[in-house]
Design a protein around this ligand. Sequence first.
Ligand SMILES: Nc1ncnc2c1ncn2[C@@H]1O[C@H](COP(=O)(O)OP(=O)(O)OP(=O)(O)O)[C@@H](O)[C@H]1O
Length: 231
Amino acid sequence: MSTNIECIDVGKSYLGDGIKTNAVKNINLKFTKGEFISIVGPSGSGKSTLLSLLGTLDFPTSGKILYDGEEIVKKSKKTISDFRFEHIGFIFQQFHLLPTLTALENVLSPLFARKVSYNKIERAKEVLAQVGLSDKANSLPSQLSGGQQQRIAIARAIVHKPDWLLADEPTGNLDSETGDTIFELIQQLNQQEGCGVFFVTHDPKLATKANRTITMKDGIVISDKTGERIC
Ligand SMILES: Nc1ncnc2c1ncn2[C@@H]1O[C@H](COP(=O)(O)OP(=O)(O)OP(=O)(O)O)[C@@H](O)[C@H]1O
């Protein structure tokens, strides 16, 4: 499955305290597997909402999102969860590592209770090596720096070989030098593993390094630019 994604008139509204917030509106976008897309825009412009819709963590209140022509969120909970396991990896600003598990166990955790065709431990060691942390396999998250914890979170996000890596401000908690290194690592994985990347960021310098930049404001896409990578 190549998992191209198409958003058709996608909208998402939230109802809270009787007030309706239109978090995203009229989104019409197409994404091809392997693309590296940055998503920028002011706080509250709908970036995280769009990312959770693309990741099937939430469902649109209008319009639809097609994955190779299929509308996944209309299917059963199990089908949605299997789809997410097979196709999507997530990383967040807060690393969300399990504090009592070692780095290697954290990387392995998405594979617990899943049947896969490869050796799970070998695969986890392989991705730990890809993020440059083979020597930290037995460390607990508390024994690692912020940048190292984010690397472990990235290894965990790609261990199941997803088609798309969804990154919600993954450099937001890191100093700019570490943030740049994390960005470069994600770029490398995009090229080596062939997984597409959605990279939400507030950092315009990082955003321009992607080959496609989507800018949001007040829930709508105000620009969608594809160009040469600057890096
Ligand atoms: N669960 C929710 N319930 C109600 N309103 C929500 C919910 N999640 C988001 N919103 C609202 O939807 C709008 C878009 O929020 P979203 O988090 O997508 O923006 P963002 O661009 O990611 O912001 P930031 O850069 O601050 O993370 C905001 O007005 C927000 O308050």
